[in-house]
Each structure stands twice: as structure tokens, then as C-alpha cells.
Design a protein around this ligand. Structure first.
Ligand SMILES: O=C(O)CCC(=O)C(=O)O
Length: 314
């Protein structure tokens, strides 16, 4: 079942975590430890390789909306089990560029020896170059360097909340362009004839798309800043210098430590994030060691902002 079909109002979720429970308190089988008020929680007492009960599925939905990124330790899941877990929250995305796992093409491979992962060492929200960017993603650590290779996530709703009223109003009705070529340039992703052909096909199928600068979360109704360094190229209707200055400010603001959590991976770790409310950054500090991650990406809705009427949302 798709998470997006539930349209939960977070203020109405009855949950010990939402109502100020102490870190680590047992909530049925699962135990939840928030990492900061803004973002992040460790969830234990669940085996992601097992089929989820509908109760566990609903609980994870609530926790995802509340904490925006969930971390699970000591998991031993195969790529197929990772796909099956992710599919509980919606249909999965097939990435146009990244290589995938043979037995589960919904799982993309992020491997320093297979692809150039510099693209992920900047703040980004996944696949915002699409009309309907993902709802979220499930990332499993497969091979880690001896040290380094952390990932940071930032809460775009906490970043929005911290803006002044004047800035909020200024941003309220703006839109911006998102373009996959910004992070996937032909010079790096078109090195062979086959790659070049794939890139040109993708370029045709995925022209730049316009999204609201302030996105309203379809389930919590919270506002989030919805521009990212990875794919946002310009704010529509502004002069180039104005657009560049505004984006620079927003990118810098979003990346403040107050809105973010930094995760140091261990073998068996899995992260599950809400792509509608967060950005992330994979720290590229472990070369020449190898790092391999597997990602399942859950399809999402078309983003809408304050200007879009209820009818246009779907
Ligand atoms: O490798 C990581 O830690 C994060 C990967 C990433 O940035 C992505 O999947 O978009």
C-alpha cells in the first residue's frame, strides 16, 4: 500500500514518540530512540528481512513522518528482501542512469568502483528532476570503508520553520527548475557510446521540471524548502544573479547542523528516509577505499505548494 494514500495529519497521530516519550521506550515490539528534535531516530526490535505485519507497517509510516529518517541496525537483508520491504510503502522507481542489481532491478548500486559517486557529495533530494520525485528511499550498507563514508540528512521542514516570516512570504509563490544534467553531466555519464545514447534518451524524456520552492507535505501538511544543490538550477521569474543569490542562501541555510543528523554506518545498517521533507549528503572522505550501498527508491506524488489548489494536487 502506498504511504501517500494515507494523508495522515501528524498532529492527529496517537503515538508515544509524538507525545514526548523518553528515548528508547518500548512501543510494542519496536523501540525508538530519537536522535534530535528535528530529524532522525534509531528503530530497533524489527527484522526488515521478514514480511511486515500491517501494524508494523503503519507504525513505521508514523515514525517516518515524525522523524523523517529512520535507522535500523544489524539487518541482514538480501537485495530482494530490501525491495520487498520498500514496496510496502509504494511502487518502486527504476533509475534512468545508475546500475542495478541483477536479481532486483529496483535496487540501484552505488559502488565507488562502478560509478563516480561525487554526485552524492552535495546536498540533494533524490530525483527531483522528475515530475513526481520519490516519496522516500531505503539505503542498505553493503561494503564499508574502514573509516569515513558517513551520510548526513537535513530536515527541510525544520529549515523552513527557522526562516523569518518575511522570507517565508517571499518564497511562498516561487517555483524553480530541476534538471538531472546538473548532477549527471554528459561529460561524466556519456563516456561510452552506449552511455551517451542512454544519456541523450534520458535528456529527451526528462526535460527540466518546475516545482514549488515551498512544498507542502502531502501527509503532514508541513511546509518544506524544496530546492536542492543537486538538481535545482534556477528560480523562475528572477534575474540570473537574483536566482543564484537566493539559491545560494537557501542551500547554505538548509545545510545548518541544527537541522541535520550525521550517520556513521556500520555493517548491517539500513536507513529509510522521507524524500519529501529531507535532503542528504554522502561524505566523500574515504578514498581510495571501496564503499557499496544499495538503494530502493519509492515512487512519490507530484509536489504542490501553497498556490496549487486541492484539485491540482493529484
Ligand atoms: O551513499 C550514501 O550514503 C547516500 C547515497 C545518496 O546520496 C543517494 O542515494 O542519493
Amino acid at each position: 500500500m502506498s504511504l501517500s494514500s494515507h494523508h495522515l495529519d501528524i498532529s492527529r497521530i496517537s503515538s508515544p514518540i509524538l507525545h514526548g516519550a523518553k528515548p528508547g521506550i518500548d512501543t510494542g515490539q519496536m523501540s525508538v530512540t530519537p536522535l534530535s528534535p528535528a530529524i532522525g531516530a534509531i528503530v530497533s526490535g524489527i527484522n526488515l528481512a521478514q514480511p511486515l505485519t500491517s501494524e508494523a507497517e503503519n507504525r513505521l509510516r508514523e515514525l517516518l513522518l515524525r522523524h523523517q529518517v529512520l535507522f535500523f541496525r544489524n539487518q541482514t537483508i538480501t537485495p530482494r528482501e530490501q525491495r520487498d520491504f520498500a514496496q510496502h510503502f509504494g511502487p518502486l522507481h527504476l533509475h534512468p542512469i545508475y546500475p542495478t542489481v541483477a536479481e532486483a532491478p529496483e535496487i540501484i548500486v552505488l559502488d565507488t568502483e562502478q560509478n563516480d559517486l561525487k554526485d552524492n557529495a552535495l546536498w540533494h533530494t533524490d530525483v527531483t528532476f522528475s515530475q513526481t520525485p520519490p516519496l522516500g528511499a531505503v539505503l542498505a550498507a553493503r561494503h564499508l570503508p574502514p573509516s569515513g563514508g558517513d551520510t548526513l540528512w537535513a530536515s527541510a521542514t525544520a529549515a523552513y520553520d527557522a526562516l523569518s516570516d518575511g522570507m517565508k512570504q517571499r518564497l511562498e509563490h516561487l517555483t524553480a527548475l530541476h534538471d538531472f544534467t546538473h548532477s549527471f553531466p554528459l561529460s561524466r555519464f556519456g563516456r561510452t557510446e552506449a552511455e551517451k545514447e542512454k544519456w541523450l534518451r534520458t535528456r529527451e524524456q526528462l526535460p527540466p521540471v518546475e516545482h514549488p520552492v515551498i512544498r507542502i507535505h502531502p501527509e503532514t501538511n508541513k511546509r518544506a524548502i524544496f530546492v536542492n544543490e543537486g538538481f535545482t538550477t534556477e528560480v523562475c521569474g528572477l534575474e540570473i544573479e537574483e536566482s543564484a543569490a537566493l539559491l545560494r542562501f537557501l542551500f547554505q541555510h538548509l545545510s545548518k547542523p541544527e537541522f541535520s543528523v550525521r550517520w556513521t554506518w556500520q555493517e548491517g545498517d539500513v536507513a529509510f528516509w522521507d524524500n519529501r521533507a529531507t535532503q542528504h549528503y554522502a561524505v566523500d572522505d574515504y578514498r581510495p577505499h571501496r564503499r557499496i550501498m544499495h538503494r530502493a527508491t519509492i515512487l512519490g506524488d507530484r509536489p504542490f505548494g501553497p498556490d496549487i489548489t486541492q484539485q491540482q494536487k493529484h
